[in-house]
Each structure stands twice: as structure tokens, then as C-alpha cells.
Design a protein around this ligand. Structure first.
Ligand SMILES: *Cc1c(COP(=O)(O)O)cnc(C)c1O
Length: 377
């Protein structure tokens, strides 16, 4: 069976992890600091904070931007909604609820599968506290258009809702030649097991300014400054926080895998470009739209197909795994109260399916996928 996802692990990772275990220092320490610095260097933005997963990172990001504190008056209690997309993995959205805020769904752009920015603009209101967007499959959202939407909202409402970008599937993606995490918002990456760059679990919060960066470094660890001398109890917690730091084991796995990731990404992209060409004109199959001012990661390869169950069955019989990755989040009972009509999402939700496109495909396997799809289902 050709898998949709596969774990990429550097050959020297086991020995490197063994050394960390023998060192006696396994929680947050110098390896996590080194990983963090290197990630910031590669992104071109040193304002980064490594955390234990992207879900924690999203929780922390929202907390920093709009979190409620029971001991401080909330100056804008009427702003109780976060605008977000249901077309994503649940890890994007549950941190909104975790911060005590309501979800307001925004429709999906059927062409790109990212959030529909026109619908987003319509839904920004005096109740909007923040906005969460996802670069789905590592295909960057139109961040310039998002900025224009925010400019107009600011003129109309007198405030600019802060934005969190979920970059969990987007390590290596660029928008107008800059890596995601450099466009004025707070961005969060994931190093979960099946993400392109894995640390066996981990995440990174990327901050747009010094003040947020300083707060992120504190609040990821109880609100305590690690440089403080705690042995005599002479330290202060100006702002309470969580227990979200990355540990040394994950950081070492991440450092080992950083040596592979550029090659892996190049192979995802090369395979995707072949599919773009070779799956043109297949009856019942539609590609997503991908403007060329951005470079996606192709964490998986999206297609929109007629008779999706038949398509998936046919590929399964040919030894090719396909996946639908996640259920549309607005259908979960836990958020039933947030239900709204979403015609864009309705038009694609039952047609989208993901093909294997990753670094593990051999030349023959890639051809086998193309031949199988072209033969019809
Ligand atoms: C993987 C993923 C997450 C969660 O990442 P973790 O590091 O596992 O917490 C969140 N959002 C999206 C879009 C994801 O793909």
C-alpha cells in the first residue's frame, strides 16, 4: 500500500536521542534553545518560541492576543467571537474554545480550499475578537488580500482584529518570497510526527513584535522568566502562563531532521508538479487553484472528484491509499450552536480527497498513481 503520510526520520536521530537521554537533561534546555534559534534563522524571523505541539502554540497565541484574565476587567466583553474555518483539523479550532471564546464559521473558497476572504470580510463585526486562518496543505492564503480586508475593517469598526495563522502543514511555504511567519501576524508551525519536519511532537509560535515575543517566552512556562533565580523564592510572575515548552528529546529529533527537510520538500513539490501536468483533463477530476505568487509545501495532493467513494475504492484496490484527513469541523456536536449555512464548503466537502505525493514515492509508484487515476473509477 502506498501511504498518504510517512514519518521522515534522519538516520542519526536514534543515536542523537540516546545522547540526550544519557546527558541527564531531558526537558527544556540547550537543545530546545538551539532548535528554536535555528528555526528562527531559517524563517528569517528570530521572534520564535518552541512549544510542545501546535495545538498548545495556537492556544498560547490566542491567549497572548485576546485571552481573558479573571482578575482583570475585560475592556471589550462584547468581542466574544473568533472567525475561523471549519475546513481544517480540529487542532485549529478547539484552542478557541479553550480560551473561552465562541467560534463563528467562515465559508471555504472552493477554488483554493482556504478560508473565503470575501466571506470573512462580510462576517467581521463589533463582536469579532480575533481571526484564525489556515494555510491548508501548506498552500499559502492570499495574505495581501487579507491585509486589505483588515484595513477596511479597521476603517469601518475602529479596531483591527488580530490574526493567527495556522502553519501546521506549511513548513517551507512562502508567500511573495517570504516564509510564512513574516507577514505581520502570529503564526504557528507543527512538528507533529507526520508533518514534513518532525520533532516527534512539537510546535513553534512565531511572533510579529518584541513585546509579544517576550510574553510568549514567559507564558509558555508558567509566566516565569527562566533567567530568574528561583532557589531563594525571589522571583515574580507578572503574567500567569502554561506549561508548554518543547523538551530536549523532541528538539534533538527536530535538529536531526532539519538536515533532511529541504530535500524532502523539493521532492514533494517535484511530484506535485508531475501530477499537475499528468492529471490534466481527467474526466470527473478537478485541481485546486494555485496562483504563482506563493510556494506551497504539498503536504498532501488535493483533488476534487466526482463519486469520491468510488474514487477512493478504486485507488485502494490498486494499492494506493487516499485520505480525507479531517471531517468538516462545523458538523461536530460540540459546536452545534455555531452552525451556519456555508455554501462554498458544501460545494466541495464531499468531493475533496488527498493523494500521496510525498518524498517516499518512487518513480514507478508515481506513474502507477497517474495511470490508475487516468484509467477512471
Ligand atoms: C497537525 C495540525 C495541527 C495540530 O498540530 P499538533 O502539533 O499535533 O498540535 C493543527 N492544525 C493543523 C491544520 C494541522 O494539520
Amino acid at each position: 500500500m502506498i501511504p498518504v503520510f510517512k514519518v521522515a526520520m534522519a538516520p542519526d536521530a536514534p543515536e542523537r536521542v540516546a545522547e540526550v537521554l544519557r546527558s541527564g537533561r531531558v526537558e527544556h534546555g540547550p537543545r530546545a534553545d538551539a532548535f528554536e534559534v535555528e528555526l528562527g534563522r531559517r524563517l528569517g524571523n528570530p521572534r520564535v518560541a518552541a512549544v510542545n505541539c501546535a495545538t498548545s502554540g495556537l492556544h498560547l497565541a490566542l491567549h497572548l492576543l485576546v485571552g481573558r484574565d479573571p482578575y482583570r476587567p475585560d475592556p471589550t466583553p462584547e468581542r466574544d467571537e473568533v472567525l475561523t474555518t471549519p475546513f481544517t483539523f480540529e487542532g485549529t479550532n478547539w484552542p478557541i474554545l479553550g480560551n473561552g471564546l465562541k467560534i463563528r464559521w467562515v465559508d471555504t473558497d472552493p477554488a483554493t480550499l482556504n478560508i473565503d476572504l470575501d466571506d470573512l470580510e462580510r462576517r467581521i463585526s463589533p463582536r469579532t475578537r480575533a481571526i484564525v486562518v489556515v494555510h491548508w496543505l501548506g498552500f499559502p492564503l492570499d495574505l495581501r488580500k487579507l491585509d486589505e480586508v483588515l484595513d477596511r475593517a479597521e476603517q469601518r469598526l475602529g479596531f483591527r482584529p488580530p490574526v493567527v495563522e495556522d502553519c501546521a502543514q506549511a513548513w517551507g511555504a512562502t508567500y511573495r518570497e517570504k516564509p510564512l511567519g513574516n507577514h505581520g501576524n502570529t503564526a504557528v508551525y507543527s512538528f507533529q510526527t507526520i508533518k514534513l519536519l518532525t520533532a516527534g511532537g512539537g510546535g513553534l509560535v512565531v511572533l510579529p513584535d518584541e513585546e509579544l515575543h517576550r510574553r510568549a517566552l514567559r507564558t509558555r512556562w508558567f509566566g516565569i522568566d527562566r533567567a530568574d533565580d528561583r532557589t531563594r523564592g525571589e522571583y515574580e510572575v507578572p503574567e500567569w502562563g502554561f506549561r508548554f515548552p518543547m523538551n530536549e528529546i523532541s528538539a534533538e529529533i527536530g535538529l536531526a531532521n532539519l538536515e533532511l527537510v529541504d530535500d524532502l520538500l523539493a521532492r514533494h513539490r517535484a511530484n506535485a508538479h508531475r501530477f499537475d501536468k499528468e492529471l490534466q483533463g481527467v474526466p470527473g477530476l478537478e485541481h485546486t487553484e494555485r496562483p504563482d505568487d506563493r510556494e506551497p509545501t504539498f503536504w498532501a495532493y488535493p483533488v476534487k472528484v466526482e463519486d469520491r467513494p468510488g474514487f477512493m475504492r478504486r485507488l485502494d484496490e490498486a494499492g494506493i491509499m487516499t485520505s480525507i484527513i479531517a471531517r468538516r469541523n462545523d458538523e461536530h456536536v460540540t459546536v452545534a450552536a455555531a452552525r451556519e449555512p456555508l455554501p462554498g464548503l458544501d460545494s466541495v466537502a464531499d468531493r475533496v480527497c488527498y493523494l500521496p505525493v510525498g518524498w517516499w514515492l518512487t518513480e514507478e509508484q508515481r506513474e502507477h498513481i497517474v495511470d490508475t487515476v487516468r484509467a477512471g473509477w
